[in-house]
Design a protein around this ligand. Structure first.
Ligand SMILES: *Cc1c(COP(=O)(O)O)cnc(C)c1O
Length: 438
């Protein structure tokens, strides 16, 4: 796409007027600091609260008040709690590019990573390696480390050396991002010992979106499973998990999916596993065949699809907030959101480059190709570092600082505007002036 941007408020306002999604900003509460709405760039960390969320939660509080335990089954209720895990399927599957039976919302992300590894990381003395991206999110790194130690010494014998089992792919010397060809080559190189490829769909630090289809294909050729942590991809990238033949994935819903702090995670399991009751897993009553559940009998019979990985009954209050937010995604549509996102992030990139022309302040460590990134731009500060970030924060920019020297900004198509990007570039110039005076 050859988008011609202009460095003017009029241009930004025109883009906003033409934006088919412009009304969605009104669906959200925008934080106000010192009497002014902030420019919110941290939807990649905690998405904003949809205004409709409160009424969704209040409805469940009311039903609890009115029905007590009967809320689980009372047919007078239009959404009985017993089936609550099914209410998110349609919209969630559209966001993830999956079949409704391939997704379910449950637990939290790190918990789900462990549960999915129970099913998809089954190391033997010969095939035991896991390929991950170097510098993965810390929680994921602890998952890998503890899983490897757990399996390596299981039963008192050493099955493999856990130090050799984790293969971390890093960018080439002098580069910031991973090349797909290097990921594939690494997969091929380790294919004899490879059990699993498990990387972030969008790298949380650089914002790079990986080629999930090509990685999955290479993993399968190597006789390994391909799974992805989609924390930074869900609700950000137009995903096609089923068509890309991805084996499994998990994500959180409080980042781009706006479901609220610490709210429920989701999983995707390809139907070839979902419909196979032989796939090993840790079980709980909510994954047990629905017809048999309350017979309280011995013998676990998994439900079909991703549902068969559920352990516990659904958190209804959190689930209500999740559904409120998913409803907005269903209305706006991932395709339209992604289309705006490419323009919006492209505009921010253009404006930052304009500032850089005068004085090189930033190195963009996110790929320039829109196909290889989502909303987020990661800016390595070449000058001023944290002091610049603080100046921005003092002027109403809510971004994210990552030690030692990176500012992450994520303009989100549901609630950020083109004019905000222009305003940011003005504030950036002001901040730089202020720093020069100091
Ligand atoms: C945000 C994030 C997490 C957070 O994990 P929780 O279990 O939800 O606390 C984990 N991994 C990645 C890659 C993330 O971006």
């Amino acid at each position: 796409m050859n988008q011609v941007y202009e460095n003017s408020r009029e241009f930004a306002q025109k883009m906003d007027q033409q934006d088919p999604l412009k009304n969605y900003r009104n669906e959200f509460h925008i934080p106000v600091i010192n009497g002014k709405q902030v420019i919110y760039y941290t939807g990649n960390s905690l998405g904003l609260q949809p205004k409709r969320t409160r009424s969704f939660i209040e409805k469940e509080l009311k039903d609890w008040e009115l029905f007590g335990v009967e809320g689980h089954f009372n047919p007078k209720k239009d959404n009985i709690w017993y089936h609550f895990h099914t209410y998110s399927k349609k919209s969630l599957s559209a966001i993830m590019g999956a079949k409704p039976e391939e997704v379910v919302s449950m637990n939290n992300l790190t918990v789900n990573l462990h549960l999915l590894m129970v099913s998809f990381y089954r190391p033997t003395a010969k095939k035991y390696k896991i390929i991950v991206e170097a510098g993965a999110f810390p929680s994921d790194q602890y998952v890998f480390e503890s899983q490897l130690n757990w399996h390596a010494y299981h039963g008192g014998n050493k099955l493999f050396d856990p130090k050799e089992a984790l293969v971390e792919i890093a960018p080439r010397k002098g580069e910031r991002n991973l090349r797909t060809e290097d990921i594939i080559e690494t997969i091929q190189k380790h294919s004899g010992e490879l059990a699993l490829v498990l990387i972030g769909g969008v790298q949380y630090y650089t914002g790079q979106f990986f080629n999930l289809k090509a990685i999955t294909e290479a993993a399968h050729k190597a006789g390994a499973y391909a799974g992805f942590d989609l924390a930074h991809a869900a609700g950000n990238i137009n995903l096609k998990l089923h068509d890309w033949d991805v084996d499994f994935a998990t994500w959180c819903t409080y980042k781009y999916l706006n479901s609220g702090p610490g709210n429920v995670s989701g999983i995707y399991v390809h139907e070839r596993f979902g419909n196979n009751p032989e796939i090993p897993r840790f079980a709980g009553w909510w994954g047990h065949s629905e017809q048999e559940r309350f017979k309280m009998k011995k013998g676990f019979i998994p439900m079909e699809g991703a549902d068969g990985w559920q352990l516990s009954n659904v958190n209804i209050i959190g689930g209500a907030a999740h559904i409120a937010s998913l409803e907005i995604f269903a209305e706006a549509g991932m395709e339209a959101l992604r289309k705006k996102s490419v323009l919006l992030t492209g505009y921010l990139e253009y404006l930052i480059k304009e500032v850089n022309k005068e004085e090189k302040i930033f190195e963009l460590i996110t790929p320039e190709n829109p196909e290889e990134r989502g909303c987020q731009l990661s800016l390595l500060t070449l000058k001023y570092g944290k002091a610049l970030f603080d100046e921005l924060m003092n002027r109403g920019i809510l971004g994210d600082w990552r030690e030692p020297d990176v500012i992450r900004l994520a303009p989100v198509p549901l609630y950020n505007t083109f004019e905000e990007q222009y305003q940011f570039s003005k504030i950036l110039k002001e901040s730089l002036e202020a720093l020069k005076q100091k």
